[in-house]
Design a protein around this ligand. Structure first.
Ligand code: ZN
Length: 316
């Protein structure tokens, strides 16, 4: 049986760069996005329409969107925390293709992240969808802390199903289940996402996305569990950039090129040119001024062979 086609999205320029202390120049963001556009990724999350006071690192949303060269077939995404973000995205000249609204399954994290109750957040979603659609953009919703909250601990499966139902009722075009603080384990991922997909079958292969962080080393195992449950779309961040400002000590998102390397070795078609993706990842340490957690960017792809060292040659 042929293995299913998988869809890989990169969020480094948004999820990763948003927590960088030093402002990354707009031209650097644009050139990295343009290079990512040529790798075969399905989606690139390029910026965020948030208050520049809250996230100064992404204050150049309009300039980034106007500066990038769009490649047909690639979906360019911007994160929006609320209806204001949708309005600002709708008003900009070079609009993103898709908006990604965000709320947290846990109340404490929702308050910490976007300062809202669940009712306040959910009440806005239908209008967010309407405004996005009127402006020619699709609107998806991300549910943070789906697999656990650093303040409240486990989140009940029923609560997650209720959020998914509410998002569907609001007319969203996609739903991302996010493990913002790296608390998911593979067995939990498979059980919960299977339940979600059975109860609310996806209308297309990319309707549901899984967004994992590798905080406790389980990120790629969780991807495999998600595939087993039927999910086909996955977020990652080149070089493993990212984190969560409210999860102390948290490391970044799962690393996109590590994920693609694993999936290709397993025989999946990702549509991604791994060498090009690794080349993008290798630019990142110089951009952020430090080492990054990505592993394949250091070790090379699994199928890259090396010359046998002279010292070994006599023994084989
Ligand atoms: Zn994330």
């Amino acid at each position: 049986m042929p293995k299913p086609r998988l869809y890989i999205n990169d969020v480094a320029v948004r999820d990763g760069f948003q927590i960088e202390k030093a402002f990354i120049p707009t031209a650097t963001k644009v050139s990295l996005i343009d290079e990512l556009s040529a790798t075969g990724l399905a989606k690139i999350e390029v910026t965020s329409f948030v208050s520049p006071k809250a996230v100064p690192a992404l204050a150049d949303a309009n300039e980034v969107l106007a500066g990038i060269e769009r490649v047909p077939g690639v979906v360019y995404v911007a994160l929006v925390p609320n209806i204001r973000g949708v309005q600002n995205a709708a008003a900009t000249g070079a609009k993103p293709d898709e908006l990604n609204g965000v709320m947290s399954a846990s109340l404490t994290h929702n308050r910490a992240n976007i300062n809202r109750t669940h009712e306040e957040s959910l009440a806005e979603v239908p209008a967010m969808v309407r405004i996005a659609h009127e402006a020619g953009m699709t609107m998806s919703m991300s549910l943070s802390t789906t697999f656990g909250c650093p303040f409240e601990g486990p989140v009940s499966e029923d609560a997650i199903l209720r959020f998914v139902e509410a998002f569907l009722a609001a007319g969203v075009d996609g739903i991302s289940l996010a493990d913002t603080t790296g608390m998911a384990n593979p067995r939990q991922v498979e059980a919960l996402t299977r339940k979600v997909l059975e109860r609310f079958p996806p209308r297309d292969e990319t309707f549901y996305t899984l967004h994992f962080h590798n905080t406790r080393g389980m990120g790629l195992a969780n991807v495999v569990a998600g595939i087993a449950a039927g999910v086909r779309s996955f977020d990652g961040s080149i070089a493993g950039l990212g984190g969560c400002p409210f999860a102390p000590g948290a490391t970044g998102n799962i690393c996109t090129e590590d994920m693609v390397n694993m999936l290709q070795d397993m025989g999946y078609e990702t549509g991604v040119d791994l060498d090009r993706l690794i080349a993008c990842a290798r630019r990142v340490p110089a951009i952020v001024g430090r080492d990054t957690p990505g592993q394949v960017m250091k070790a090379g792809p699994s199928l890259e062979t090396h010359a046998v060292p002279e010292s070994l040659k006599e023994r084989i």
